[in-house]
Design a binder for this molecule. Structure first.
Ligand code: SAM
Length: 228
């Protein structure tokens, strides 16, 4: 069996229907096969003891790998068209975001998000956490209006035309909030409002990036770029 990581909240010894289905139908596990189970706090090497379904396992050995950035990293991202937020959630999870907060902004084309879409984004976060070896699945929250963003200890807002670079202003030891606008960009007064809350406008280079590329570029500079 290929190495597999199964999300199992509480490491209870029983897999969910979804995880059992994957192990049985895709990976074709047998009793005695080993795989990794994880939840928000723990990770362990496990062995299949009963195919069920649901699949039951026993824990052989607990592990505590360090896969988190070390500070809270909140990504505020404007509502985007189609499936683009899915791309953002997947990449942001891999890049270490601890919370993803969609924003309703002046130029966002979608102005709301249905319950089904939110659930799908949360599932994407779980899958991306599994794939990237993270124990902590980032929260993906229902959208809020931009004016409801709280004051932040350290914030960076990606803004076309800003002159400061991330490396000039980033303090890697402080909790971090990042903001990225929609396809049509932030309105100037929205950038001013974010500045009032503690965000510094930063450039992501000379080219105009798609919003989803910008979100991941900004995160990568703050996490992967710092070796975290
Ligand atoms: N015409 C829009 C504007 O001038 O803001 C373009 C918006 S861009 C497609 C979507 C979002 O990505 C922007 O609101 C910004 O947050 C981010 N972005 C894209 N390229 C950027 C760059 N070169 N520097 C900083 N932020 C950028």
């Amino acid at each position: 069996m290929r190495p597999h990581r199964a999300y199992s909240p509480g490491l209870t010894g029983v897999l969910s229907h979804r995880e059992s289905h994957h192990l049985l139908e895709v990976l074709r596990v047998r009793v005695g096969d080993r795989f990794t189970v994880f939840d928000a706090e723990r990770e362990a090497l496990a062995e299949v003891v009963d195919l069920g379904p649901p699949v039951r396992y026993r824990i052989l050995e607990e592990r505590r790998p360090e896969r988190e950035v070390g500070v809270e990293v909140v990504l505020y991202v404007a509502l985007l068209k189609g499936d683009k937020l899915g791309e953002v959630v997947r990449g942001a999870t891999e890049l270490g975001a601890t919370r993803i907060q969609p924003l309703i902004t002046r130029h966002s084309v979608p102005k709301e998000m249905g319950e089904g879409k939110l659930k799908r984004l949360q599932t994407i976060a779980v899958e991306a956490a599994k794939q990237s070896g993270r124990l902590r699945v980032p929260e993906v929250l229902p959208p809020i209006p931009l004016k409801a963003v709280p004051e932040v200890p350290q914030g960076l807002v990606a803004h076309v035309g800003a002159s400061r670079r991330v490396r000039e202003v980033l303090d890697p030891e402080k909790p971090l909030a990042l903001a990225v606008g929609p396809e049509g960009g932030f309105a100037e007064e929205e950038v001013a409002l974010l500045e009032d809350k503690g965000f510094i406008p930063v450039t992501l280079g000379r080219r105009i990036l798609r919003a989803e590329t910008a979100a991941l570029a900004l995160l990568a500079l703050c996490t992967s770029g710092e070796g975290r």
